[in-house]
Design a binder for this molecule. Structure first.
Ligand code: ZN
Ligand code: ZN
Length: 178
């Protein structure tokens, strides 16, 4: 998705776009790394206006991913949606700043150069922020038994996973350290 500077200086620019996740380099990497798989295209709506000396872009991004629960390994689907406001400020000569996060976490400031702004990296970033790093199929997921691997959401397997073993190994560690 691109915002043309000469166009946005004249009037508000409204854009909408639907792309496969693989269109975005960082999302393709997530998929390759097995962090998630995208089950819907990435849909972006964006309105851009010129304000004084910068472009203010507000929009929403939506998609859906399939994740594997980090506790019980069950696969589940998660709709992803995020709204954002980005200020694109023209970089002065030779001063192409890295992206700066403003104090309000919903506002992002990015510098641009040239006669158009490519929004793709920011779109991908919005999606990445919404995909949990440690996915959980549900908040109270019991996970798998560390002894026999049974799914504890389905049944209690009866293994001894008590704190005693943990304490024992902690004691052992202490004596070894001495
Ligand atoms: Zn789970
Ligand atoms: Zn067990």
């Amino acid at each position: 998705m691109k915002i043309r500077i000469d166009e946005v200086k004249r009037k508000q620019v409204d854009l909408s776009e639907e792309e496969p996740a693989s269109h975005y380099e960082n999302l393709a990497k997530m998929e390759q790394a097995g962090e998630c798989s995208f089950i819907e295209p990435v849909r972006t709506q964006l309105s851009a206006v010129w304000e004084y000396d910068h472009v203010r872009a507000t929009g929403t991004v939506e998609t859906a991913v399939r994740l594997s629960c980090s506790r019980c390994l069950t696969e589940y689907e998660l709709p992803v949606s995020s709204s954002f406001t980005i200020f694109y400020t023209e970089a002065s000569d030779g001063q192409f700043d890295e992206e700066v996060e403003l104090s309000d976490e919903d506002l992002i400031s990015v510098s641009f150069q040239g006669d158009e702004i490519v929004v793709d990296d920011e779109i991908a970033e919005q999606v990445m922020m919404e995909v949990p790093f440690k996915p959980l199929c549900r908040e109270e997921c019991q996970g798998l038994c560390s002894e026999c691997g049974a799914d504890l959401n389905l049944k209690e397997c009866g293994c001894d996973r008590g704190g005693i073993n943990l304490k024992m190994s902690a004691l052992k560690k202490i004596s070894i350290d001495k």
